[in-house]
Design a protein around this ligand. Structure first.
Ligand SMILES: NC(=O)c1ccc[n+]([C@@H]2O[C@H](COP(=O)([O-])OP(=O)(O)OC[C@H]3O[C@@H](n4cnc5c(N)ncnc54)[C@H](O)[C@@H]3O)[C@@H](O)[C@H]2O)c1
Length: 279
């Protein structure tokens, strides 16, 4: 069973820590006495976040990483362990979003989404789990998926949703596979948070081909929950070893509940048909 959570004096590593939810997680965990590794493809942004934490009296290191590249993630792990000797909390949070129809999306769009959101998670787990497994005491993995993973109607966001569904599956498997080794595992599912996620292509490497159109623009997320609240809910959840943490604006709760119920209704209808004789 996982040990009782203790944050003070421990180390947290946050991918995608330079912006949005990741930066807010860095601040919340730093305020609770953790040393922070701010890891991001945007190294200048990561340095800014780390400097801000140090100015507030925290301990922080910025590291450049492209989570889609296993060698880059291995270098990140080496840098984190060289600096702090252990990582007790691994927040796999880096992620990118694209809106658009399936018909209009390119294979490059899919490869970019999948290589950051899904392979990035696997690269991180492969680099950090062996190291964390060798540690005694509290250890926890928190993976950022999305409420999108539970949408019964993911039109215009199906590819992104597919990557977030993969994160749900990996995280739930992980929670059960790692229990015996004393890990806690939490799935963080934000919905409509106030970040730069709509401008994800600012970090799209050229190797994934032409930039996709942005049918909904690249500006602010509408009707959004603040990232500080997302981070507070996330940390409360991991302290309680919650399996899932939802963090969305309160105005969106009922609509989201409707999506979950729609999923259940689809499955239930199919099960009822399964009991009927075949024509
Ligand atoms: N904002 C929302 O409404 C929302 C909702 C649900 C889930 N999420 C998820 O939250 C997570 C954080 O996103 P955010 O909303 O804070 O967006 P954001 O764009 O503000 O932050 C994402 C960070 O990930 C970094 N990043 C992108 N590609 C990377 C790569 N290859 N390697 C390392 N870092 C990389 C970016 O540089 C950026 O700093 C993502 O996984 C996203 O899918 C966000």
């Amino acid at each position: 069973m996982p040990a009782h959570a203790e944050l003070e004096g421990r180390t947290a590593l946050v991918t995608g820590g330079a912006s949005g939810i990741g930066a807010a997680l860095c601040a919340e965990l730093s305020d609770r006495g953790m040393a922070i590794v701010v890891a991001d493809i945007d190294y200048e942004g990561a340095q800014r976040v780390a400097a801000g934490l140090r100015q507030r009296g925290g301990t922080a290191l910025a590291v450049a990483v492209d989570v889609s590249d296993p060698d880059s993630v291995e270098r990140l792990a080496q840098a984190a362990y060289a600096e702090y000797g252990s990582v007790e909390l691994l927040c796999n949070n880096a992620g990118v979003l694209l809106f658009g129809t399936i018909e209009d999306s390119s294979l490059g769009d899919w490869r970019w989404l999948a290589s950051v959101n899904v392979e990035g998670l696997l690269n991180s787990l492969h680099a950090f789990l062996p190291r964390m497994s060798a540690q005694t005491g509290w250890k926890h993995v928190m993976n950022t998926a999305s409420t999108h993973a539970f949408l019964a109607d993911p039109s215009f966001t199906a590819l992104y949703t597919a990557t977030k569904q993969a994160i749900v599956a990996v995280t739930q498997g992980l929670r059960h596979e790692l229990r015996e080794q004393g890990f806690g595992v939490t799935l963080l599912c934000p919905g409509q948070a106030d970040t730069r996620i709509l401008d994800s292509q600012r970090n799209r490497p050229e190797r994934f081909g032409r930039r996709a159109d942005e049918p909904f623009g690249t500006g602010d997320v509408p009707l959004a929950i603040g990232v500080d609240e997302v981070a507070r809910r996330a940390v409360a959840g991991l302290l309680a070893d919650a399996e899932i943490v939802f963090a969305l604006p309160s105005e969106g709760l009922e609509q989201f509940r409707g999506q979950l119920e729609e999923w259940w209704r689809l499955a239930d209808d199919a099960l009822v048909r399964h009991t009927e004789p075949l024509a």
